[in-house]
Design a protein around this ligand. Structure first.
Ligand code: GAR
Length: 204
């Protein structure tokens, strides 16, 4: 049977991209990585994807409207029969055309326990607020920033001596665990979304 095709969108380092590719290689995520797309030509993750033999594309957002940019990406995804889109450090908000083209089929990972600390610098926000527990969230993407229905979360304790760097590193380690797990859940036949809640028997 053909494996579902996933696309991974990045803007930078690409460590979550590698975690997804590792999970595919090891059989923890039954999927095929069809393409990696970056809006930033210098994104380090592009090199890492090419080293793994995955097709890469750069589609810059410069000198285009959001809709024009989104349409170009969606066309490339449709051309490759992509079923699931994983945003992995993709630092652009998706417009309604993109979100509607892949309804409940776009995932994002965010380094906080949403709805706390959306947006940039989530780990810095958590430290500044003084929370004792933070973590990471994989959620379905809607048109609002870091907002759609939650698929998986993992808690990470904030330690007294934590800096943004040390806390970010421990959260990132958990991101690498939950992103492939969440992608696998969403691809299961019995995965469903009801309002803000998501369900899958395999998670129970
Ligand atoms: C990750 O920590 C991810 O959670 C965060 O960017 C980093 C990308 O790292 N995403 C967001 O803050 C989205 N709002 P990576 O390129 O090494 O995967």
């Amino acid at each position: 049977m053909q494996k579902p095709k996933i696309a991974i969108l990045i803007s930078g380092r690409g460590s979550n991209l590698l975690a997804l590719l590792d999970a595919i290689r090891d059989g923890r995520l039954e999927a095929e990585a069809a393409v990696v797309i970056s809006n930033v030509e210098s994104a380090a993750g592009l090199v890492r994807a090419r080293e793994r033999g995955v097709e890469t594309l750069v589609i810059s957002h410069k000198n285009r409207t959001r809709e024009e940019h989104d349409r170009e990406i969606v066309a490339e995804l449709k051309r490759r029969d992509v079923e699931l889109v994983c945003l992995a450090g993709y630092m652009r908000l998706l417009g309604s055309f993109f979100v509607r083209s892949f309804e409940n089929r776009i995932l994002n990972i965010h380094p906080s326990l949403l709805p706390a600390f959306p947006g940039v610098d989530a780990q810095r926000q958590a430290l500044a607020h003084g929370v004792k527990i933070t973590g990471c969230t994989v959620h379905l993407v809607d048109e609002q920033l870091d907002h759609g229905p939650i698929v998986l979360q993992r808690a990470v304790e904030v330690l007294d001596h934590d800096t943004v760097e040390s806390l970010s590193a421990r959260i990132l380690e958990q991101e690498h665990h939950i992103y492939p797990e969440a992608a696998a859940l969403v691809l299961k036949k019995d995965f469903r979304v009801d309002g803000r809640r998501t369900f899958c028997q395999d998670r129970d």
